[in-house]
Design a protein around this ligand. Structure first.
Ligand SMILES: [Ca+2]
Ligand SMILES: [Ca+2]
Length: 409
C-alpha cells in the first residue's frame, strides 16, 4: 500500500508499515541545480570551499551539455521518515535472541542471512525490551556468561587524513603509515588521533590532549611544513591549520616524514592530520544512544584487543567492549527497510574530465544529497548509497534522453 507525497518538488511514496520493500526509479533533472560552480578538482578548491562556507557543487548548468552521467541512488528508509510517513516516527525492530555461541563476525553473518542485522539499540525502551526477553538460563557460560553480542563495533580501520582531496595523493600515499611498534593501541578506547614523536614514529593518542602541531602549505602536489608551537587539541589544531595554512600535515612518504621529524622539538610529539572514527552500528544507524557499563569503565579496550560490544544481561543489559573473536550468544533484529532507487543525472560543463566514479567525488555528491534531504525535512536516519550498475561503475555516460518515467507505487 502506498500513497504519494511531495517534498520540494520531489515525488515519492509513503510506505506501508508492514515493511514491504518498494523499489522504483525516478529521474532527477539536473536542470534543477542552478549553481554555475565547478566540481572541485584540487585541494585548493576544497580549501576555498571550506573556508568560504560554499557548498561543493555536484553539477554545473545544463546548457551545452555534452557529457551527461547517470547513476542509481539507493535510499534506505530504516526509520519511517517523519517527512514521509507521519504514522510511525520510530523504527519497529523485532529482536531475536540466539543462544548458540558465535564470534561477532559469525553472529553478524547469521543475522544478515536470517534477519536484518545484529541488534541496533537506540533507547532505554529497547534496553528494557531486551532485558525482558533475555533467558539467563540459556546464557550460562563458565566465564563471562549472560552476555550477548549486539551490533556496535569500533571501526579501527577508519584512519583518514584531514586533507582529504584525493588528487593530493598518488597511489598508496594516502595509506602511508609510520606507526611505532605496537601502535595504534587505542589505550582505554580513547585514542583516535595521531601524533609524530621526535623520532619520527607515530602514536595514536587522545584527541583532547594539548600538543604542538604541524600544518602544511600545499600548492599542487608540492608541500611545505610549519611547526605550530601553541598547544592545542587535535580539533583546535585542525581548525588553526585550515585557517592559516592548507590543513594539518599529511604524510605521504618517508621523505615527508623526515621533513616533519626535523621540525619536532627534542622529546616532544606533534599532531599530524591522521584521525579515525570510533563506534558504529553494523547496520549504518547513526544512533548516538549508548549504555556502557561505566562501573567497569567500559569501553576500556583491555589489552588493546576489544572492538566489539556485548550487552550483559546479568547487569541490566549494560554494554561492554570485548574481543570480537569471543564466542557467545547474540541478538539479531528484523526491521522494516523500505528502499527507493532514484536515477541521478549529473551534467558536466566546465570540467568534463572530472571522474564522477572516483570514490571521493561520489562521497561529496552523497553528502550534498543528504543535506538536501535534511533541508527538506526528511528524517536524518535515511541512508543513501550508490548502486553499482552492470560493469561495476556507478555513473555511466548517458547515450540518449529517455522518456521521463511516471512514478508508480
Ligand atoms: Ca597509543
Ligand atoms: Ca572492556
Amino acid at each position: 500500500m502506498c500513497s504519494s507525497f511531495s517534498t520540494g518538488g520531489s515525488e515519492g511514496c509513503a510506505y506501508d508499515l508492514e515493511h514491504k520493500t518498494l523499489e522504483r526509479t525516478k529521474r532527477v533533472e539536473a536542470a534543477t541545480v542552478k549553481s554555475p560552480q565547478r566540481v572541485p578538482e584540487t585541494h585548493e578548491d576544497y580549501r576555498r570551499i571550506r573556508t568560504s562556507g560554499e557548498k561543493i557543487p555536484t553539477t554545473s548548468q545544463t546548457e551545452d551539455t555534452s557529457l551527461k552521467m547517470d547513476a542509481l541512488l539507493l535510499l534506505l528508509f530504516t526509520v519511517a521518515a517523519s517527512g514521509l510517513c507521519a504514522e510511525s516516527p520510530q523504527v519497529k525492530r523485532r529482536y531475536f535472541f540466539n543462544y548458540d555461541h558465535k564470534t561477532q563476525d559469525e553472529a553478524r553473518a547469521f543475522c544478515r542471512d536470517k534477519h536484518t542485522d545484529l541488534a541496533t539499540i537506540t533507547s532505554m525502551e529497547d534496553v528494557d525490551t531486551l532485558s525482558g526477553m533475555a533467558d539467563l538460563s540459556q546464557m550460562w557460560q563458565i566465564v563471562d556468561g549472560n552476555r550477548a553480542w549486539i551490533g556496535l563495533y569500533d571501526d579501527v580501520d577508519s584512519w583518514s587524513w584531514s586533507l582529504s582531496d584525493p588528487s593530493f595523493y598518488d597511489d598508496g600515499e594516502a595509506e602511508f603509515r609510520q606507526w611505532a611498534g605496537g601502535m595504534p593501541d587505542n589505550i582505554g578506547s580513547r585514542e583516535h588521533c595521531t601524533t609524530m614523536y621526535f623520532d619520527g614514529l607515530w602514536n595514536d593518542v587522545h584527541c583532547m590532549d594539548n600538543l604542538k602541531s604541524v600544518c602544511c602549505d600545499a600548492t599542487g602536489s608540492n608541500v611545505t611544513f610549519v611547526l605550530i608551537s601553541t598547544d592545542m587539541s587535535w580539533t583546535e589544531a585542525q581548525s588553526y591549520c585550515r585557517e592559516h595554512h592548507t590543513d594539518l600535515a599529511s604524510v605521504r612518504n618517508l621523505d615527508e616524514n623526515q621533513k616533519i621529524k626535523e621540525l619536532i622539538p627534542f622529546l616532544q610529539s606533534v599532531w599530524i592530520g591522521l584521525s579515525r572514527e570510533t563506534w558504529k552500528w553494523l547496520d549504518g544507524s547513526n544512533s548516538s544512544f549508548r549504555y556502557w557499563n561505566l562501573g567497569f569503565s567500559d569501553p576500556n579496550n583491555l589489552f588493546s584487543k576489544e572492538a566489539c560490544v556485548s550487552a550483559d544481561f546479568g547487569n541490566f543489559g549494560k554494554w561492554e567492549d570485548w574481543p570480537c573473536g569471543y564466542k557467545r550468544s547474540y541478538i539479531c533484529y528484523t526491521a522494516g527497510i523500505t528502499q527507493q532507487v532514484i536515477r541521478v543525472s549529473v551534467q558536466k560543463k566546465k570540467n568534463p574530465s572530472v571522474d564522477l566514479n572516483h570514490s571521493a567525488v561520489m562521497e561529496h555528491i552523497l553528502q550534498q544529497l543528504r543535506q538536501k534531504l535534511r533541508d527538506e525535512g526528511l528524517h536524518e536516519n535515511i541512508r543513501l548509497s550508490w548502486r553499482r550498475q552492470p560493469g561495476g561503475n556507478v555513473f555511466q555516460k548517458e547515450e540518449s534522453e529517455e522518456k521521463k518515467e511516471t512514478p508508480e507505487c
